[in-house]
Design a protein around this ligand. Structure first.
Ligand code: NDP
Length: 329
Protein backbone atom coordinates (compact mmCIF):
# COMPACT_ATOMS: atom_id res chain seq x y z
CA UNK A 1 0.00 0.00 0.00
CA UNK A 2 1.15 3.53 -0.67
CA UNK A 3 0.28 6.77 1.07
CA UNK A 4 1.01 10.47 0.74
CA UNK A 5 2.18 12.37 3.81
CA UNK A 6 2.64 15.99 4.74
CA UNK A 7 6.41 16.53 4.49
CA UNK A 8 6.46 20.24 5.35
CA UNK A 9 4.06 23.13 5.74
CA UNK A 10 3.81 25.64 2.90
CA UNK A 11 4.27 29.35 3.33
CA UNK A 12 2.20 30.85 0.55
CA UNK A 13 1.73 28.63 -2.49
CA UNK A 14 2.30 24.92 -1.74
CA UNK A 15 4.73 22.88 -3.88
CA UNK A 16 5.37 19.20 -4.57
CA UNK A 17 8.11 19.33 -1.89
CA UNK A 18 5.42 19.68 0.79
CA UNK A 19 4.35 16.08 0.05
CA UNK A 20 6.16 12.77 0.65
CA UNK A 21 5.35 9.25 -0.55
CA UNK A 22 5.64 6.15 1.62
CA UNK A 23 5.14 2.46 0.95
CA UNK A 24 3.57 0.72 3.91
CA UNK A 25 2.44 -2.80 4.68
CA UNK A 26 -1.09 -3.64 3.62
CA UNK A 27 -3.09 -3.52 6.86
CA UNK A 28 -5.64 -6.13 7.94
CA UNK A 29 -9.06 -5.09 9.21
CA UNK A 30 -10.04 -5.82 12.83
CA UNK A 31 -13.67 -6.28 13.86
CA UNK A 32 -15.62 -3.19 12.83
CA UNK A 33 -13.11 -2.18 10.17
CA UNK A 34 -12.93 -2.42 6.40
CA UNK A 35 -9.88 -2.61 4.19
CA UNK A 36 -10.73 -0.54 1.14
CA UNK A 37 -8.90 -0.15 -2.15
CA UNK A 38 -9.41 3.47 -3.12
CA UNK A 39 -10.55 4.04 -6.69
CA UNK A 40 -11.20 7.82 -6.65
CA UNK A 41 -9.97 10.51 -4.26
CA UNK A 42 -10.90 14.13 -3.97
CA UNK A 43 -8.63 17.16 -3.84
CA UNK A 44 -10.40 20.16 -2.31
CA UNK A 45 -9.53 23.77 -1.47
CA UNK A 46 -10.10 23.25 2.29
CA UNK A 47 -7.08 20.92 2.30
CA UNK A 48 -4.86 23.96 1.75
CA UNK A 49 -6.07 25.31 5.10
CA UNK A 50 -5.32 22.00 6.81
CA UNK A 51 -1.69 22.22 5.66
CA UNK A 52 -1.26 25.25 7.97
CA UNK A 53 -0.65 24.80 11.67
CA UNK A 54 -3.58 26.93 12.78
CA UNK A 55 -6.70 26.25 14.75
CA UNK A 56 -9.70 25.97 12.44
CA UNK A 57 -12.96 24.07 12.05
CA UNK A 58 -10.91 21.00 11.04
CA UNK A 59 -7.61 20.13 12.73
CA UNK A 60 -4.36 20.70 10.80
CA UNK A 61 -2.77 17.78 8.95
CA UNK A 62 0.06 16.34 11.04
CA UNK A 63 3.63 16.52 9.77
CA UNK A 64 4.91 13.11 8.69
CA UNK A 65 1.43 11.58 8.72
CA UNK A 66 -0.78 10.60 5.79
CA UNK A 67 -3.14 13.29 4.56
CA UNK A 68 -6.90 12.75 4.65
CA UNK A 69 -9.81 13.58 2.41
CA UNK A 70 -12.87 12.24 0.67
CA UNK A 71 -12.41 8.99 -1.26
CA UNK A 72 -14.47 6.27 -2.87
CA UNK A 73 -13.28 2.70 -2.88
CA UNK A 74 -14.06 -0.98 -3.01
CA UNK A 75 -13.97 -3.21 0.05
CA UNK A 76 -11.17 -5.78 -0.23
CA UNK A 77 -11.46 -7.40 3.20
CA UNK A 78 -14.27 -6.88 5.69
CA UNK A 79 -14.42 -7.00 9.45
CA UNK A 80 -18.02 -5.80 9.41
CA UNK A 81 -21.03 -8.14 9.33
CA UNK A 82 -23.19 -7.34 6.35
CA UNK A 83 -20.47 -5.61 4.33
CA UNK A 84 -18.95 -7.95 1.77
CA UNK A 85 -15.81 -7.58 -0.33
CA UNK A 86 -16.67 -5.72 -3.51
CA UNK A 87 -18.98 -3.25 -1.73
CA UNK A 88 -18.58 0.42 -2.64
CA UNK A 89 -17.97 2.90 0.21
CA UNK A 90 -17.29 6.61 0.72
CA UNK A 91 -14.90 7.58 3.50
CA UNK A 92 -12.37 10.18 4.56
CA UNK A 93 -9.09 8.26 4.21
CA UNK A 94 -8.00 9.45 0.79
CA UNK A 95 -4.40 10.21 -0.25
CA UNK A 96 -3.55 6.49 -0.09
CA UNK A 97 -3.99 3.41 -2.25
CA UNK A 98 -5.61 1.37 0.52
CA UNK A 99 -7.40 2.53 3.63
CA UNK A 100 -8.43 0.92 6.87
CA UNK A 101 -11.71 2.55 7.86
CA UNK A 102 -14.26 2.21 10.61
CA UNK A 103 -16.28 5.29 9.60
CA UNK A 104 -17.71 5.09 6.11
CA UNK A 105 -20.89 5.52 4.09
CA UNK A 106 -22.09 2.55 2.04
CA UNK A 107 -22.81 3.62 -1.54
CA UNK A 108 -25.34 2.18 -3.94
CA UNK A 109 -23.87 2.22 -7.43
CA UNK A 110 -26.10 4.06 -9.90
CA UNK A 111 -26.28 2.66 -13.42
CA UNK A 112 -24.56 4.96 -15.88
CA UNK A 113 -23.19 7.24 -13.14
CA UNK A 114 -19.48 7.10 -12.33
CA UNK A 115 -18.86 6.52 -8.58
CA UNK A 116 -16.54 9.54 -8.74
CA UNK A 117 -19.68 11.69 -8.66
CA UNK A 118 -20.08 10.78 -4.97
CA UNK A 119 -17.14 13.20 -4.50
CA UNK A 120 -18.78 15.90 -6.62
CA UNK A 121 -22.27 16.25 -8.08
CA UNK A 122 -23.70 13.65 -5.69
CA UNK A 123 -21.49 14.51 -2.74
CA UNK A 124 -20.08 17.24 -0.54
CA UNK A 125 -19.65 19.93 -3.25
CA UNK A 126 -23.26 19.43 -4.40
CA UNK A 127 -24.56 19.74 -0.85
CA UNK A 128 -22.49 22.91 -0.44
CA UNK A 129 -24.01 24.42 -3.59
CA UNK A 130 -27.54 23.32 -2.65
CA UNK A 131 -27.51 24.54 0.94
CA UNK A 132 -25.63 27.71 0.09
CA UNK A 133 -28.04 28.75 -2.62
CA UNK A 134 -31.35 27.63 -1.13
CA UNK A 135 -30.93 27.80 2.66
CA UNK A 136 -28.16 30.32 3.27
CA UNK A 137 -28.88 32.79 0.45
CA UNK A 138 -32.65 32.06 0.49
CA UNK A 139 -32.76 32.12 -3.31
CA UNK A 140 -36.21 32.76 -4.85
CA UNK A 141 -37.26 32.01 -8.46
CA UNK A 142 -36.93 35.00 -10.75
CA UNK A 143 -33.88 36.39 -8.97
CA UNK A 144 -30.53 37.21 -10.54
CA UNK A 145 -27.73 35.07 -9.13
CA UNK A 146 -24.00 35.71 -9.44
CA UNK A 147 -21.62 32.80 -8.79
CA UNK A 148 -17.83 33.18 -8.61
CA UNK A 149 -15.53 30.21 -9.16
CA UNK A 150 -18.37 29.25 -11.46
CA UNK A 151 -16.54 26.64 -13.53
CA UNK A 152 -15.39 24.72 -10.45
CA UNK A 153 -17.03 21.89 -8.53
CA UNK A 154 -19.28 23.91 -6.21
CA UNK A 155 -19.74 26.92 -8.49
CA UNK A 156 -20.79 25.00 -11.59
CA UNK A 157 -23.46 23.23 -9.54
CA UNK A 158 -24.64 26.38 -7.72
CA UNK A 159 -25.16 28.16 -11.04
CA UNK A 160 -26.97 25.23 -12.62
CA UNK A 161 -29.15 24.71 -9.52
CA UNK A 162 -30.15 28.38 -9.76
CA UNK A 163 -31.07 27.93 -13.45
CA UNK A 164 -33.01 24.72 -12.77
CA UNK A 165 -34.84 26.40 -9.87
CA UNK A 166 -36.05 29.25 -12.07
CA UNK A 167 -33.53 32.05 -11.70
CA UNK A 168 -34.25 35.15 -13.76
CA UNK A 169 -30.60 35.44 -14.70
CA UNK A 170 -27.48 33.45 -13.81
CA UNK A 171 -24.08 35.12 -14.10
CA UNK A 172 -20.72 33.43 -13.50
CA UNK A 173 -17.06 34.36 -13.31
CA UNK A 174 -14.06 32.15 -13.98
CA UNK A 175 -10.39 32.45 -14.83
CA UNK A 176 -10.14 31.72 -18.56
CA UNK A 177 -11.91 32.35 -21.87
CA UNK A 178 -12.42 28.60 -22.28
CA UNK A 179 -14.20 28.38 -18.93
CA UNK A 180 -16.37 31.38 -19.79
CA UNK A 181 -17.44 29.67 -23.03
CA UNK A 182 -18.18 26.49 -21.05
CA UNK A 183 -20.42 28.45 -18.64
CA UNK A 184 -22.55 30.17 -21.26
CA UNK A 185 -22.45 27.13 -23.56
CA UNK A 186 -22.76 23.74 -21.94
CA UNK A 187 -23.85 24.92 -18.48
CA UNK A 188 -26.53 27.38 -19.63
CA UNK A 189 -25.41 30.47 -17.69
CA UNK A 190 -26.97 33.65 -19.12
CA UNK A 191 -23.71 35.59 -18.92
CA UNK A 192 -20.16 35.02 -17.76
CA UNK A 193 -16.83 36.84 -17.64
CA UNK A 194 -13.14 36.12 -17.19
CA UNK A 195 -12.10 37.93 -14.00
CA UNK A 196 -8.61 38.42 -15.44
CA UNK A 197 -10.03 40.69 -18.18
CA UNK A 198 -10.36 43.81 -16.01
CA UNK A 199 -11.82 45.15 -12.77
CA UNK A 200 -14.37 42.64 -11.45
CA UNK A 201 -16.81 45.45 -10.57
CA UNK A 202 -16.85 46.66 -14.21
CA UNK A 203 -17.13 43.15 -15.65
CA UNK A 204 -19.96 42.29 -13.27
CA UNK A 205 -21.84 45.54 -14.01
CA UNK A 206 -21.74 44.65 -17.70
CA UNK A 207 -22.88 41.05 -17.14
CA UNK A 208 -25.69 42.02 -14.74
CA UNK A 209 -26.86 45.51 -15.77
CA UNK A 210 -29.93 45.35 -13.51
CA UNK A 211 -27.86 44.27 -10.48
CA UNK A 212 -27.87 40.96 -8.62
CA UNK A 213 -30.08 39.57 -5.84
CA UNK A 214 -27.91 36.68 -4.66
CA UNK A 215 -24.15 36.26 -4.65
CA UNK A 216 -22.64 32.80 -4.12
CA UNK A 217 -19.09 33.64 -3.02
CA UNK A 218 -16.35 31.07 -3.64
CA UNK A 219 -13.58 33.61 -4.12
CA UNK A 220 -13.70 36.56 -1.69
CA UNK A 221 -11.49 39.64 -2.18
CA UNK A 222 -12.31 41.86 -5.15
CA UNK A 223 -15.17 39.55 -6.17
CA UNK A 224 -16.92 40.10 -2.85
CA UNK A 225 -16.44 43.85 -3.03
CA UNK A 226 -17.81 43.92 -6.59
CA UNK A 227 -20.81 41.83 -5.57
CA UNK A 228 -21.63 44.09 -2.62
CA UNK A 229 -21.61 46.98 -5.07
CA UNK A 230 -23.89 45.15 -7.52
CA UNK A 231 -26.39 43.72 -5.02
CA UNK A 232 -29.93 45.07 -5.11
CA UNK A 233 -31.85 45.99 -1.97
CA UNK A 234 -32.43 42.99 0.34
CA UNK A 235 -29.72 41.04 -1.49
CA UNK A 236 -28.08 38.00 0.12
CA UNK A 237 -24.59 36.53 0.01
CA UNK A 238 -23.76 32.91 0.77
CA UNK A 239 -20.16 33.22 1.95
CA UNK A 240 -18.86 29.80 0.95
CA UNK A 241 -15.12 30.31 0.49
CA UNK A 242 -12.35 32.79 -0.31
CA UNK A 243 -10.00 30.89 -2.57
CA UNK A 244 -8.34 34.09 -3.79
CA UNK A 245 -6.77 34.37 -0.32
CA UNK A 246 -5.77 30.80 0.57
CA UNK A 247 -2.22 31.07 -0.75
CA UNK A 248 -1.54 34.71 0.09
CA UNK A 249 1.04 35.42 2.79
CA UNK A 250 -0.69 38.67 3.73
CA UNK A 251 -4.48 38.91 3.69
CA UNK A 252 -5.66 41.42 1.10
CA UNK A 253 -7.74 44.38 2.36
CA UNK A 254 -11.37 43.53 3.01
CA UNK A 255 -14.26 44.92 0.97
CA UNK A 256 -14.09 48.73 1.17
CA UNK A 257 -17.82 49.14 0.62
CA UNK A 258 -19.29 47.31 3.63
CA UNK A 259 -21.24 50.48 4.48
CA UNK A 260 -23.54 49.56 1.58
CA UNK A 261 -24.95 46.73 3.73
CA UNK A 262 -26.90 49.32 5.68
CA UNK A 263 -28.69 51.22 2.94
CA UNK A 264 -29.32 48.14 0.82
CA UNK A 265 -30.31 45.95 3.82
CA UNK A 266 -27.91 43.23 2.67
CA UNK A 267 -27.29 39.95 4.45
CA UNK A 268 -23.93 38.14 4.29
CA UNK A 269 -23.87 34.70 5.87
CA UNK A 270 -21.04 32.20 6.14
CA UNK A 271 -21.70 28.48 6.42
CA UNK A 272 -20.00 25.10 6.62
CA UNK A 273 -21.43 22.20 4.67
CA UNK A 274 -20.64 19.82 7.52
CA UNK A 275 -23.45 21.40 9.57
CA UNK A 276 -26.03 20.64 6.90
CA UNK A 277 -26.00 16.90 6.26
CA UNK A 278 -29.67 16.75 7.29
CA UNK A 279 -30.29 18.20 3.80
CA UNK A 280 -28.31 15.50 1.99
CA UNK A 281 -31.36 13.36 1.17
CA UNK A 282 -33.28 16.26 -0.33
CA UNK A 283 -30.26 17.31 -2.38
CA UNK A 284 -29.50 13.80 -3.62
CA UNK A 285 -33.12 13.16 -4.65
CA UNK A 286 -33.35 16.36 -6.66
CA UNK A 287 -29.86 16.21 -8.17
CA UNK A 288 -30.27 12.52 -8.99
CA UNK A 289 -33.36 13.36 -11.05
CA UNK A 290 -31.66 16.24 -12.84
CA UNK A 291 -28.68 14.01 -13.68
CA UNK A 292 -30.85 11.13 -14.87
CA UNK A 293 -32.92 13.54 -16.98
CA UNK A 294 -29.83 15.05 -18.59
CA UNK A 295 -30.64 18.49 -17.16
CA UNK A 296 -27.49 18.89 -15.10
CA UNK A 297 -23.93 18.77 -16.40
CA UNK A 298 -21.60 17.15 -13.88
CA UNK A 299 -18.21 17.92 -15.40
CA UNK A 300 -15.10 16.26 -13.95
CA UNK A 301 -11.39 16.70 -14.56
CA UNK A 302 -9.47 13.49 -13.91
CA UNK A 303 -5.82 13.11 -13.00
CA UNK A 304 -4.56 9.52 -13.08
CA UNK A 305 -2.44 7.82 -10.44
CA UNK A 306 -1.92 8.30 -6.73
CA UNK A 307 1.56 9.70 -7.37
CA UNK A 308 -0.02 12.56 -9.30
CA UNK A 309 -2.36 13.55 -6.45
CA UNK A 310 -0.14 16.44 -5.26
CA UNK A 311 -0.02 17.75 -8.85
CA UNK A 312 -3.81 17.43 -9.06
CA UNK A 313 -4.22 19.37 -5.82
CA UNK A 314 -1.81 22.13 -6.89
CA UNK A 315 -3.43 22.22 -10.33
CA UNK A 316 -6.88 22.66 -8.77
CA UNK A 317 -5.60 25.64 -6.75
CA UNK A 318 -4.26 27.15 -9.99
CA UNK A 319 -7.50 26.56 -11.88
CA UNK A 320 -6.53 23.59 -14.07
CA UNK A 321 -9.88 21.90 -13.38
CA UNK A 322 -13.23 22.37 -15.06
CA UNK A 323 -15.89 20.97 -12.75
CA UNK A 324 -14.72 18.63 -10.00
CA UNK A 325 -11.03 17.71 -9.81
CA UNK A 326 -10.77 13.98 -9.07
CA UNK A 327 -7.76 11.67 -8.80
CA UNK A 328 -8.40 8.29 -10.40
CA UNK A 329 -6.36 5.59 -8.67
P1 NDP B 1 -13.09 24.40 -7.45
O1 NDP B 1 -13.45 23.17 -8.18
O2 NDP B 1 -13.86 25.64 -7.72
O3 NDP B 1 -11.54 24.64 -7.67
C1 NDP B 1 -10.93 25.81 -7.25
C2 NDP B 1 -11.03 26.91 -8.34
O4 NDP B 1 -10.73 28.16 -7.76
C3 NDP B 1 -10.03 26.77 -9.46
O5 NDP B 1 -10.49 25.90 -10.47
C4 NDP B 1 -9.85 28.21 -9.94
O6 NDP B 1 -10.68 28.44 -11.08
C5 NDP B 1 -10.39 29.05 -8.78
N1 NDP B 1 -9.39 30.01 -8.29
C6 NDP B 1 -8.14 29.77 -7.86
N2 NDP B 1 -7.54 30.92 -7.49
C7 NDP B 1 -8.44 31.91 -7.71
C8 NDP B 1 -8.40 33.33 -7.55
N3 NDP B 1 -7.33 33.98 -7.07
N4 NDP B 1 -9.50 34.03 -7.87
C9 NDP B 1 -10.60 33.42 -8.38
N5 NDP B 1 -10.68 32.08 -8.55
C10 NDP B 1 -9.61 31.34 -8.23
O7 NDP B 1 -13.15 24.12 -5.88
P2 NDP B 1 -14.46 23.77 -5.04
O8 NDP B 1 -15.63 23.88 -5.90
O9 NDP B 1 -14.22 22.52 -4.33
O10 NDP B 1 -14.50 24.95 -3.96
C11 NDP B 1 -14.94 26.26 -4.32
C12 NDP B 1 -14.99 27.14 -3.08
O11 NDP B 1 -15.94 26.62 -2.16
C13 NDP B 1 -13.69 27.25 -2.33
O12 NDP B 1 -13.56 28.58 -1.85
C14 NDP B 1 -13.88 26.30 -1.18
O13 NDP B 1 -13.06 26.63 -0.08
C15 NDP B 1 -15.34 26.49 -0.89
N6 NDP B 1 -16.00 25.40 -0.19
C16 NDP B 1 -16.66 25.70 0.97
C17 NDP B 1 -17.36 24.74 1.65
C18 NDP B 1 -18.10 25.14 2.88
O14 NDP B 1 -18.55 24.27 3.62
N7 NDP B 1 -18.27 26.42 3.15
C19 NDP B 1 -17.40 23.34 1.19
C20 NDP B 1 -16.72 23.13 -0.09
C21 NDP B 1 -16.04 24.13 -0.74
P3 NDP B 1 -10.41 29.66 -12.12
O15 NDP B 1 -9.76 29.05 -13.30
O16 NDP B 1 -11.79 30.15 -12.38
O17 NDP B 1 -9.54 30.66 -11.43
Amino acid sequence: AREIRLASRPDGWPTEENFAFADVELPSPSAGELLVRNTFMSVDPYMRGRMNDVKSYTPPYELGKALEGGAVGTVVESGVDGVAPGALVLHNAGWRSHALVSQYTPLTPVEGVSPSHFLGALGMPALTAYVGLLDIASFEPGETVFVSGAAGAVGSLAGQFARLKGAGRVVGSAGSAGKVAHLTGKLGFDAAFNYRDGAVADLLARAAPAGIDVYFDNVGGDHLEAAIGALNNDGRVAVCGSISMYNEKQPPPGPRNLHLLVGKRLRLRGFLVLDHYDRFGAMAAEVGQWLAGGKLVAEETFVDGLDNAPAAFLGMLRGENTGKMVVRL
